[in-house]
Write a protein that binds this ligand. Structure first.
Ligand code: BJ8
Length: 424
């Protein structure tokens, strides 16, 4: 702990306010995670990381910087980690998932803005998140309006590079994203002082693909219709930490967990009673420590078996082609993989509905919760058509709009409870 305080002081953090955040997290973590029964032993790794969420990894990053490595903070799953890793840089996710940071964000942003954006800006301006202090450069992207304007504020005193994401998926848009990746590569080379080569990029592609394969293995174990070997909230925590962790260690830990889950499936060891209703959550991302919905669902008689969101399947589905032998070919392969992701910032985005339907079948779900962060217009506009199509396909759907506060927790509990009961 003394080590942590020294580190946080050296990063110029507001220690007094940060103490308040540190004092509420253990209780929240205990209530949500440690109260569960029969958790996989492999979750001990994620428990330990979360217990020292602003310590262990922050120390690692600062030690790496002392050796000359650079840290890039990102906010979206479209930013290609491979480029940074190839140039010996480190990527850390920066999206804020706590109400604790929202008031500081609201000092400079309109109150009627998505909480994820307000929390991210608040975490930076309030000096209460070490990762925002450590990053040598932020990498933004023009996905939704709120984010792209927030980057103007975040970039005031930190080097900021914005990636220009196409908003459609025509062949020329794939080409444009390929060029954007090539330009990003030049920026990363400049910041890290390391030249991007076919070899180091191929190695990085393999590292990130391995991490995706490992995450996918854990998710695959959740597809079994009779045994649910891990709770949704534990799987969510694994994915949330994957945005911060060293990618090779992440892959190793996820593979260990997957081994255990596969054994549990073979042995019929489930964390929920037989017959528990299987739900999928789709919609806007759930950045750490946003565990609210999962916790309510899983203490209301249902289980979450799949997250179709950026803190879920969108983070690891689709691999980058590993066989390219030129930088141009690799940039094209990266573009193809990332453009295969279906965020509501694209129009049209019908492939997103295809993804949800496909996953509902793969994970054999009984119902779907379409969850939207308040004031996220792009996902909210899509929600009606998505829900119509899902209902037409025979899936009961519950639409939820929420934020990071607990104000609506009881109301959500009532609605989710009624939904689960309706599933029979
Ligand atoms: S690829 S979902 S991580 S942009 S910040 S869009 S919730 S109003 S996060 Fe996202 Fe990339 Fe898309 Fe995924 Fe809405 Fe909030 Fe915007 Fe958000």
């Amino acid at each position: 702990m003394a080590d942590n305080i020294e580190l946080w002081e050296s990063l110029g953090m507001d220690l007094e306010t940060h103490d308040m955040l540190c004092s509420v997290l253990p209780q929240a973590f205990g209530d949500v995670f440690l109260s569960q029964e029969n958790r996989p032993e492999g979750m001990a790794f994620w428990d330990a990381v979360t217990a020292d969420i602003h310590g262990i990894r922050a120390h690692e990053l600062v030690a790496a910087q002392a050796e000359g490595r650079k840290v890039f903070g990102t906010f979206c799953v479209y930013v290609p980690d491979e480029i940074v890793i190839a140039c010996n840089g480190i990527v850390t996710g920066l999206c804020g998932g706590s109400q604790f940071w929202v008031p500081d964000g609201e000092k400079v942003l309109p109150a009627n803005l998505c909480p994820l954006i307000k929390a991210s800006v608040g975490a930076r301006l309030g000096r209460t998140c070490p990762y925002f202090r450590i990053a040598d450069m932020y990498v933004g992207e023009n996905t939704c309006d709120g984010k792209k304007k927030a980057y103007e504020i975040l970039g005031q005193d930190v080097p900021m590079h914005i990636m220009d994401i196409p908003q459609m998926k025509r062949p020329k848009d794939y080409k444009a994203w390929e060029q954007e990746i090539a330009e990003f590569a030049k920026v990363v080379e400049e910041v890290t002082g390391v030249e991007l080569t076919v070899d180091n990029l191929n190695r990085a592609i393999k590292i990130v693909n391995d991490k995706r394969r490992a995450l996918a293995r854990v998710y695959d174990a959740r597809k079994n219709p009779d045994v649910i070997p891990i709770s949704g909230v534990d799987a969510l925590l694994m994915t949330q930490i994957a945005f911060f962790d060293d990618p090779e260690r992440c892959a190793q830990m996820c593979n260990n967990l997957a081994d255990e889950l596969e054994q549990r499936v073979a042995d019929g060891v489930s964390v929920f009673p037989a017959g528990t209703k299987r739900l999928m959550i789709t919609g806007t991302p759930l950045a750490i420590p946003n565990w609210k919905l999962h916790h309510i669902i899983e203490t209301s008689g249902a289980a979450v078996v799949c997250e179709e969101m950026c803190t879920g399947t969108r983070y690891f589905e689709n691999l980058v082609d590993e066989t390219q032998t030129t930088l141009e070919g690799q940039f094209e392969a990266l573009s193809n993989r990332y453009m295969g992701n279906n965020c509501a910032c694209f129009t049209p985005n019908t492939a997103h509905r295809d993804d949800i339907l496909r996953l509902a079948k793969e994970y054999q779900v009984d119902g779907i919760i379409n969850a939207n962060l308040k004031f996220c217009t792009i996902y909210d506009v899509e929600a009606r058509e998505t829900e119509r199509i899902l209902e037409e396909a025979g899936y009961p759907v519950l639409h939820i709009e929420t934020d990071y506060t607990d104000n609506d927790a009881e109301q959500l509990r009532t609605r989710i409870g009624a939904f689960v009961e309706m599933l029979g």
